[in-house]
Design a protein around this ligand. Sequence first.
Ligand code: NAD
Ligand code: UGA
Length: 436
Amino acid sequence: MNISMIGTGYVGLVSGVCFAEFGFPVSCVDLNAGLIARLNAGEVTIFEPGLDELMARNIRDGRLSFTTDLAASVAEADVIFIAVGTPSRRGDGEADLQYIEAAADAVAAAMKPGAVIVIKSTVVVGTNARIRDRIRAARPDVAFSMVSNPEFLREGSAIEDFMRPDRVVVGVEDARGREAMRRVYRPLYLRETPMVVTTLENAEIIKYAANAFLAMKVTFINQVADLCEQAGGNVQEVAHAIGMDKRIGAKFLHAGPGFGGSCFPKDTRAFAATGRRFDAPQTLIEEVVAVNEARKQAMAARIVEAARKTGAQSVAVLGIAFKPNTDDIRESPALDIVRAIQKAGLTVRAHDPEAMNAARTVLPDVIWCASAYEAVEGAGVVALLTEWNAYRALDLKKIADLMAGNVLFDMRNVYKLEDVADTGLDYRSVGNGAVS
Ligand code: NAD
Ligand code: UGA
């Protein structure tokens, strides 16, 4: 069973490496020649814990290869995964499907009879059927099967998520598609991972509904945090207790500066746009999008106000990535927050353990620092925006001594009150009305 993986970004690379680890020959394809050259030189192009080891092993054993030659890769493939990007379209928030369409056209031209074409990218309901019809119109001579197989991995724990998912979802139309999915996911199947076999449309809606629900959960607890701050509550205690109810669940109840990343923002916008298009308004999610945008600005306003009071000209930002253990900064709340601080006329000194290279190009005029300690030097306010483990172990007394002011915004609630006691820091966490 030969696999061709079209698109070698976060999802394509992780999925390609993991399918190779399952024992299949996998050829990963990308249009980006520079990216493929780096991969062929053995470079791991994204920061993802555990990926380097798996990638090296599968390249060494000859199961994993990288190419820009889509036609050659597809011509040999029994199963072709499409894992290209589906970013937001400017203006209306709909998912931009141009990369999917271009990949599908290229696959149609090169596929062999009996190929199984699997869309792994996140695509709005109706896309798989439309792409199937497009490929069929281009190649009426060749039989193929269409499968929708949305991916649920998270960045930062992508390998673990791929290898031990809560479930695998496959939308299929025929036995060939279903059997191909049973074979490629066999190691998971043997581990009794549930496989939801459903229609193309259900698989598409499941993916968006899952991301929208999780984004809604985060937004909900962020608003509860606001209430806690005003009313003297503590959001961590509230979240802990409501999460004990299994119907609610403990996960995705961590208050913070607003959700970000390559998926929640664009997927909530696309889900809302799909609802409008089908005249089935997703008003909850429309609101989630608006509340989350406003939250990032509100967090920036807090920082600016506190900085002005200290009289210092600079703010230190710790953490730019949208979450720890990734170098991905796409739609990170830190980007909006940094820009708003700069707009207010303040200087930003910033540090991130992995994301500074990516951030340099999109955040001009930031003073990039080699360490958290260097970043806080002379700052009136420090804002911790990403909960990297390295920041949990900082010497807070030293931080206080290096700063010009003394305000520490812990926007991920990583510290306990005893950590900041006796440091001289004016500690402001999220959703704690007792100390904020
Ligand atoms: P990405 O931007 O990291 O990677 C996409 C890659 O596809 C790029 O390297 C690009 O050069 C390549 N590409 C585009 N068109 C191509 C073509 N015609 N032929 C070959 N290569 C092509 O994107 P990503 O983050 O991996 O996301 C891919 C899809 O998976 C999206 O729909 C996303 O919503 C979904 N998804 C992402 C995650 C995640 O954690 N990033 C998780 C689940 C689902
Ligand atoms: C998310 C989903 O969790 C994955 O299941 C999905 O496959 C993926 O989107 C996708 O479709 O791309 P990811 O974006 O990697 O994964 O990261 P998450 O861990 O979900 O975090 C998303 C954002 O929510 C981050 O900014 C994070 O800081 C924030 N968040 C998350 C909170 O503020 N609080 C929480 O309790 C959880």
